[in-house]
Ligand binder design. Structure first.
Ligand code: GLN
Length: 499
């Protein structure tokens, strides 16, 4: 059972989009303190079942809200002034514990704040807390979190997706107006699809990675989880742009992404890749995405059949490249510099025990895979080969974007699966990323928008992929589609077997 939020005369404060909340505060209808308190009350009421947050920073949030109200009273109208948001726990927040969902970082207090979060702070955000994630963002369900699994607000028996499952569930359950996540192989888009919210992964280099605790450095990007496309554009406006602290962050100035939301897709060329409509995907997912593309066509877009011929190699390439980079990035957890230490007498014994006790099974599996792929004698056959094929995948997209402006595809081959269903079968879990990882390998941008429900009333997401720095185009298409449909107005029932 769902209810139509618009059927109510007035939405409750916690149900608002970011842009509606900003309007409400601008016009003096309510204050940030009232709004923040409404969100904290909502969290208190539902998060025992949803379990989106690893920690709620209520006191800090109310202090930030008071400050936002004072700023507004003094005439300030910063772009997110007083908006309560949630932050994935792989983003460093000075003075607020940051764990990456791992025991090895339990108790870790970063001495600095990630650039994206600092920019949100400057823009007036109220941070509600840090959201659950698969350990070091490795996973597709949040079941790899060392602490607990987040439940899908549409059905508590099911996963919210991952790894940014806490952020997606928080937004879907109205426990935050919006959130930041990170996407290395789909971790913003896939949970967005499974929770029925909008998930944007910007192009590689669009958003600074400074303070994003690294998983696969050549793939990681910070992205947004929001209730609608306009909110995604609002957040991207704040977090995009060059940063001297991240040499991979591009100098290209960020435009005003909200200006791209014209509602007009006439003449837009949309490519439908043969390789993204495959046997074994849930038929309702395929049907909904095809229907959504037909809607865009009705709005004036032109649909073209295209091919991304190297798509079948994306999964093995990703699981070599990402694990190789992870094995190097995670070498820093030695029991001396950060977080947990087993406290053994000798240095080597301490490293061995700290890592043995601190990392979970999936993280260990990936460190082993990545170390193997990089090792002498195997490097050429695995890592180097993966890099070569990665170039071919990138070329597939470059070629496709000479023919079309946007590529449309499903975000995930299925709707939310059951908790426990895939967690003991890594290959099955990895296959859930089949439609999202290529965008990371190619460095291009992509957004997932709600486009329907299956028979079990679980949300379905359509993915719109754009060329490198093509955020304006995909946001324009996603927004036009959203205006023509009403999927985002459905709210989850928050039922199922809660734990
Ligand atoms: N599910 C993918 C993985 O496990 C992607 C994760 C991510 O994007 N952080 O690596």
């Amino acid at each position: 059972m769902t209810h139509d939020k618009t059927a109510q005369d007035k939405r409750a404060l916690h149900e608002l989009t970011i842009h509606a909340a900003l309007e409400g505060m601008r016009s003096g209808e309510f204050t940030s303190v009232q709004l923040t308190q409404a969100l904290l009350d909502r969290i208190a009421a539902v998060d025992g079942n949803v379990k989106a947050y690893l920690r709620v920073t209520a006191e800090k949030a109310l202090a930030q809200a008071e400050k936002a109200d004072r700023r507004r009273a003094a005439g300030d109208d910063a772009p997110l002034l007083g908006a309560p948001l949630a932050i994935k726990d792989v983003l460093a927040t000075s003075g607020v514990e940051t764990t990456c969902g791992s025991r090895i970082l339990q108790g870790f207090m970063p001495p600095y704040t990630a650039t994206a979060v600092a920019r949100l702070n400057d823009a007036g955000m109220v941070m509600l807390g840090k959201t659950n994630t698969d350990e070091f963002a490795m996973g597709s369900s949040t079941e790899n979190s060392a602490f607990f699994t987040t439940h899908n607000p549409w059905d508590f028996d099911r996963v919210p997706g991952g790894s940014s499952g806490g952020s997606a569930a928080a937004v879907a359950a109205d426990e935050a107006l919006g959130a930041l996540g990170t996407d290395t192989g789909g971790s913003v888009r896939q949970p967005a699809a499974l929770c029925g919210v909008v998930g944007l992964k910007p192009s590689y280099g669009r958003v600074s990675r400074f303070g994003l605790i690294a998983y696969g450095s050549s793939l990681d990007q910070i992205g947004t989880l929001t209730k609608d496309v306009r909110d995604a554009a609002l957040l991207l406006n704040v977090i995009a742009g060059s940063d001297p602290l991240d040499s991979t962050c591009l100098e290209t100035p960020a435009p005003d992404y909200t200006a791209a939301l014209t509602g007009d897709v006439r003449g837009l060329r949309i490519g439908l890749p043969d390789e993204y409509f495959i046997d074994g995907m849930q038929p309702e997912v395929e049907a909904s995405v095809r229907q959504a593309v037909a809607e865009l066509e009705r709005l004036g877009a032109e649909v073209v059949r295209i091919s991304l011929p190297n798509t079948d190699k994306a999964l093995p390439v990703y699981y070599l490249a990402a694990t190789a980079e992870a094995s190097a990035n995670l070498a820093r957890y030695d029991g001396v510099r950060f977080g947990y230490s087993a406290g053994a007498d000798s240095m080597f014994e301490n490293i061995r025990r700290t890592r043995g006790e601190g990392f979970g099974a999936e993280v260990k599996r990936r460190i082993m895979l990545g170390t193997y792929a990089l090792s002498a004698g195997y490097y050429d056959a695995y890592y180097l080969k993966a890099q070569q094929v990665r170039t071919l995948i990138k070329r597939d997209f470059e070629q496709a974007f000479t023919q079309v402006d946007v590529i449309a595809a499903p975000t995930s081959p299925t709707t939310a699966f059951r908790i426990g269903e895939k967690v003991d079968d890594p290959i099955q879990m990895y296959l859930t990323d089949i439609f999202t990882i290529s965008a990371n390998l190619a460095g291009v941008c992509a957004v997932s928008v709600p486009c329907g429900f299956d028979k079990a009333n679980l949300p379905i997401g359509m993915q719109l992929i754009g060329p490198h720095l093509g955020e304006e185009t995909i946001l324009r298409a996603a927004d036009a589609y959203e205006r023509a449909t009403d999927w985002q107005r459905h709210a989850p029932a928050l039922t199922g077997r809660a734990s």
